[in-house]
Design a protein around this ligand. Structure first.
Ligand code: GLV
Length: 314
């Protein structure tokens, strides 16, 4: 048995080190070192941003372990072989994403941007603010990321609303489902997008959705760029419907230098880092799944292509 490792060329070395510790007997081949004979040996593929079509070239493949949570690239590849696909949902990463969301909610609730501006002008002025339990945050998508984000914000005293395509229930969070999104949007001081990219969510955050927000709302995107219509976000900033936007994910990554998003005064950009993967803890999750499969058990979280169940959400 052998493993194909291709973490999009990022940090393969940390993964190799972690795998060597956890599976010392295993051969681990990088895509760049692959040969026809090695392809025959590969039973597990550990991949992220893998070249479309390539996974069809491993006749003894038993499972694909994505080194991330989103499955849209694999779903869009007609050559993806019919083997179990496992997403990587590392609790440490979920917590990081929740902290990223909390950081921005604090930033806007406590008006830290305004105070930074005031400091640059040596201007002393204290502004009134609403209590945190009156500051309303709406989390779109209550999969594993959305649930963690919503729960941690609620635990920090914010008034949290959640929306999911399927009605969900979450302690401390006022949950909305399906067609009830128009009821939740007008209540949001901040909306945090945690939706997976699916045919239903592509371009879902458009002018017609943004129009339902109260004036001056803030949009935070920690899922996928394609869930947003960028030009509609820019228009919503221009008319004041949105006061600021925080974007961590983009339709094209890296975000091209010529993108107008880079220099927009009301847009904060981070390079898809809200939840970076830690090879050490993530490799342990992957290897636990390999052991489960080898022992005839059920690995998780198992992705069911074409079915956007709770399991498949980000
Ligand atoms: C990162 O964006 C992931 O899907 O894990």
């Amino acid at each position: 048995m052998a493993i194909l490792l291709n973490n999009h060329g990022y940090d393969n070395a940390s993964w190799q080190a972690a795998l060597a510790e956890l599976l010392p007997e295993q051969q681990v081949y990088l895509l760049s070192d692959m040969t026809p004979a090695r392809r025959q040996q590969v039973e597990y593929a550990l991949v992220w941003d893998h070249p479309p079509g390539d996974l069809a070239g491993y006749p003894n493949l038993k499972a694909i372990h994505l080194l991330g949570a989103g499955t849209e690239a694999l779903d869009a590849d007609p050559a993806t072989p019919d083997v179990p696909v496992l997403r990587l949902v590392d609790p440490q990463v979920l917590e990081d994403m929740a902290r990223y969301a909390l950081y921005w909610v604090l930033h806007f609730h406590r008006r830290f941007g305004l105070y930074a501006q005031q400091q640059s002008q040596a201007h002393w002025e204290r502004h009134n603010l609403c209590a945190s339990d009156e500051f309303r945050v709406l989390v779109l998508g209550l999969g594993m990321v959305g649930k963690t984000v919503a729960s941690r914000l609620a635990a920090n005293g914010y008034q949290v609303l959640g929306w999911d395509r399927n009605q969900a229930a979450l302690a401390g969070v006022e949950c909305y489902g399906g067609g009830d999104l128009p009821l939740a949007l007008p209540q949001a001081d901040v909306i945090i997008n945690c939706l997976p990219l699916t045919p239903d969510t592509r371009h879902m955050i458009d002018a017609s959705l943004l129009r339902l927000l109260p004036d001056g709302a803030v949009l935070v995107n920690i899922s996928r760029g394609e869930v947003l219509v960028d030009t509609d976000v820019i228009d919503a900033l221009a008319c004041g419907r949105l006061s600021q936007a925080v974007l961590d994910a983009f339709s094209t990554e890296p975000l091209p230098a010529e993108s107008p998003l880079w220099h927009h005064p009301d847009i904060h950009i981070t390079p898809h880092m809200s939840g970076a993967t830690y090879a050490r803890s993530a490799a342990k999750l992957v290897v636990d799944n390999i052991h489960r499969i080898e022992q005839g058990g059920q690995p998780f979280p198992l992705h069911q292509p074409g079915r956007f169940t709770d399991n498949n959400k980000m």
